[in-house]
Design a protein around this ligand. Structure first.
Ligand code: CAA
Length: 382
């Protein structure tokens, strides 16, 4: 039997996240969006109430929440402000490889850092010439005695400027393609430089930076898992984080949908609220379908993880559909608002700008289609 009933604990979590999003995020979201203000105050509060590090296991100080609960939280954070929400969720991306492959000492030290105080960590995979093509990365890690020396530059790093440690992917065998990549935990030490903060179209309250590693020495024990197994670790990480990204896209779409519904009942044209016109009703109807369908795919991909099943296919399906739907729904919300939708005084232009990145980060919609097609045509043995 398929049952969509949430447990009481999940309902409470969702309500708590919703109230937080409403009171602490929406109250500052449009202001912070204007100048790209770093939301440290919101991060501190979110950490305090337990809305960060949701999947860190209890033995390392986290709440060890299931993935469906994580999706419920992320939808609300996306509804509140996906820029701030991305900053809040990013620790999950950096921590996942450590949870999956880190030694006991590494987990205690680095996961503990995130759960003991409101510290941040970043996931450093993307490079200027290696975005979708992960295996094309150039960052090098060379073993010297009991240390690795890392050199290279990573771009589009969420929270990069504020992170205390980084999960860094580097080539340890440059000739071996995807089989020559290793993952490391790197502290913010002298050789780690923040070269650039991006000025973005949307999600402006999140920090996106270029982070370079210049002869950075890391102890050999900071290798996560086995040498040259980093690519799979990155893919397994993305399987675990894409449901949350999809949920955030659902949150953005839902925010735009709710705004459009309200506005359509207030705005009068041709003597009636525009909601009375079929042209608007059809837009609203399609928005409703997209929000609900995206949520179902998202929950499915999270529940599969909770059941210990492979969710490579469903996490890409959810991420692809939810991200593209968020773009469509927010664009249609602007359409419902008409000319006012294009003006910053109204909420929906921010949703439309924020939605765009959902089709780009953690794998573009085209990469998700590639993964889906491969899983359908030639499923990986798991
Ligand atoms: N789980 C486990 N193993 C996996 C896997 C998965 N989900 N997917 C692939 N693999 C394994 C394959 O089985 C294969 O192993 P074998 O060689 O032993 O058979 C190996 O990994 C290589 O796989 P592919 O041949 O499929 O690799 P590829 O080079 O063709 O790339 C890709 C596949 C899907 C395109 C991948 O590169 C990809 O996902 N690219 C997108 C990257 C991405 O999402 N980047 C976003 C960065 S995160 C971010 O956005 C930062 C932020 O701060 C927000």
């Amino acid at each position: 039997m398929v049952d969509f009933t949430l447990t009481d604990e999940q309902k409470d979590l969702r309500e708590m996240a919703h109230n937080f999003a409403d009171k602490e995020m929406r109250s500052v979201a449009w202001e912070y969006d204007k100048d790209g203000t770093w939301p440290q105050d919101v991060i501190d509060k979110a950490w305090e109430v337990g809305l960060m590090n949701t999947h860190i296991p209890e033995e390392y100080g986290g709440p060890g929440l299931d993935y469906l609960s994580g999706c419920l939280i992320e939808e609300e954070l996306g509804w509140g402000c996906s820029g701030i929400g991305t900053s809040l969720a990013c620790n999950g991306l950096a921590a996942a490889p450590v949870v999956l492959g880190g030694s006991e000492e590494t987990k205690k030290k680095y996961l503990g850092m995130l759960t003991e105080s409101a510290k941040l960590a970043s996931f450093c995979l993307t490079e200027p010439d290696a975005g979708s093509d992960v295996a094309g990365m150039k960052t090098r890690a060379v073993k010297k005695g009991d240390k690795y020396v890392i050199n290279g530059s990573k771009c589009f790093i969420t929270n990069g400027q504020y992170a205390d440690w980084f999960t860094v992917y580097a080539k340890t065998d440059p000739e071996a393609g995807s089989k020559g990549i290793s993952a490391f935990v790197v502290d913010k030490t002298d050789g780690v430089t923040i070269d650039k903060k991006e000025d973005k179209m949307g999600q402006r309250a999140s920090n996106t930076a270029t982070v370079s590693f210049n002869d950075v020495e890391v102890p050999a024990e900071n290798l996560i898992g086995e040498e040259n197994h980093g690519f799979k670790l990155a893919m397994m990480t993305l399987d675990r984080t894409r449901p949350g990204v999809a949920a955030m896209a659902v949150g953005i779409a839902r925010a735009a949908f709710e705004a459009a519904v309200e506005y359509s009942k207030e705005r009068q044209q041709f003597g009636v609220p525009i909601a009375m016109h079929q042209a608007i009703q059809f837009l609203i109807a399609d928005m409703a379908v997209k929000v609900d369908a995206a949520r179902l795919l998202t929950w499915h991909s999270g529940v599969q993880l909770d059941q210990g099943l492979s969710n490579t296919l469903t996490s890409s399906e959810a991420k692809r559909f939810a991200a593209d739907s968020a773009m469509e729904v927010t664009t249609d919300a602007v359409q419902v608002y008409g000319g006012y939708g294009f003006i910053k005084e109204y909420p929906v232009e921010k949703f439309m700008r924020d939605a765009k990145i959902m089709q780009l980060y953690e794998g573009t919609s085209q990469i998700q289609r590639m993964v889906i097609a491969r899983e359908v045509l030639l499923p990986r043995a798991v």
